[in-house]
Design a protein around this ligand. Structure first.
Ligand code: KIV
Length: 271
């Protein structure tokens, strides 16, 4: 008898149902095959190919420069590594805000060329028509409200958003609109925890927080941040599970020393 080794894929429906069963959703970013394989094998339900790739992979100051072709390349690498997780890909800046048809075409390219399962975009009312067009084409959409890094030049800083009543009210209305438009979930970034909990209780799609407190239905972090790959980046909302920057520094320093002293390779490490 053959053992069924098939892995059951997490779907948007799985994620939606988790809101009702109360099981928290874990999401992490990944941008390449190796990290995606590790993130997937460790049990993360959702892998986000975030446009934060512009920062952590390419060294840009903001997420704005990354292109659709570059996002598709990262998504292809991640999809090859993700055997179980739902793979969601960010629509990069400039590929969906100006025109709903362009938004649909950008989303179709991501889905067709990468094999990913859903897209994510930033904003509410302003991009209503784009979201409608993408959802109507059968493409699952994850929303993103609060601190939306593609608007950083409009915000002027990475400070906590929606602390004032007017912005908080707009965020609540946008969250309800995203649900109405058919988004299957919603990321809320860097907003007060009580506001995030209020939004979570007022909509029927799962919320996934980053710097938005424990009242969300799930949590997301940038994988480089939680692995401690950059000691200089230490916002309050990041929990560092490893200190890889120091460990990698030490390991590579040791390698350099071993090469220089001719300790590496030794007799067992050559043919
Ligand atoms: O691009 C990204 O990594 C994101 C997360 C911070 C949610 O959008």
């Amino acid at each position: 008898m053959s053992v069924n080794k098939e892995i059951k894929r997490i779907t948007t429906e799985t994620v939606r149902n988790m809101k009702f069963t109360g099981e928290k959703i874990s999401m992490l970013t990944a941008y390449d095959f190796t990290i995606a394989s590790l993130v997937d094998a460790a049990g993360t339900e959702v892998i986000l190919v975030g446009d934060s790739a512009a920062n952590v992979m390419a060294g840009h100051e903001t997420t704005l420069p990354i292109t659709l072709d570059q996002m598709i390349y990262h998504a292809q690498c991640v999809v090859r590594g993700a055997k179980r997780a739902l793979v969601v890909v960010d629509l990069p800046f400039g590929t969906y805000q100006s025109d709903p048809q362009k938004a649909l075409e950008s989303s179709v390219r991501i889905m067709k060329e990468s094999g990913a399962h859903a897209i994510k975009l930033e904003g509410g009312k302003e991009i209503e028509e784009s979201i409608r067009r993408i959802v109507n084409a059968g493409i699952p959409v994850m929303g993103h409200l609060g601190l939306t890094p593609q608007s950083i030049y409009q915000f002027g800083s990475y400070k906590v958003r929606a602390k004032e009543d007017a912005e908080a009210e707009k965020l609540i209305n946008d969250a309800k609109l995203l649900e109405e438009l058919g988004c299957f979930s919603l990321v809320m970034e860097k907003i007060p925890a009580d506001l995030a909990a209020k939004v979570t209780a007022s909509i029927h799609i799962p919320t996934i927080g980053i710097g938005a407190g424990s009242g969300c239905d799930g949590q997301v972090l940038v994988v480089h941040d939680m692995l401690g790959l950059n000691n200089e980046f230490k916002p309050k909302f990041v929990r560092k599970y490893l200190n890889l920057e120091d460990q990698i520094h030490e390991a590579i320093g040791q390698y350099v020393a071993d090469v220089k002293s001719a300790d590496f390779p030794n007799a067992n490490e050559q043919y």
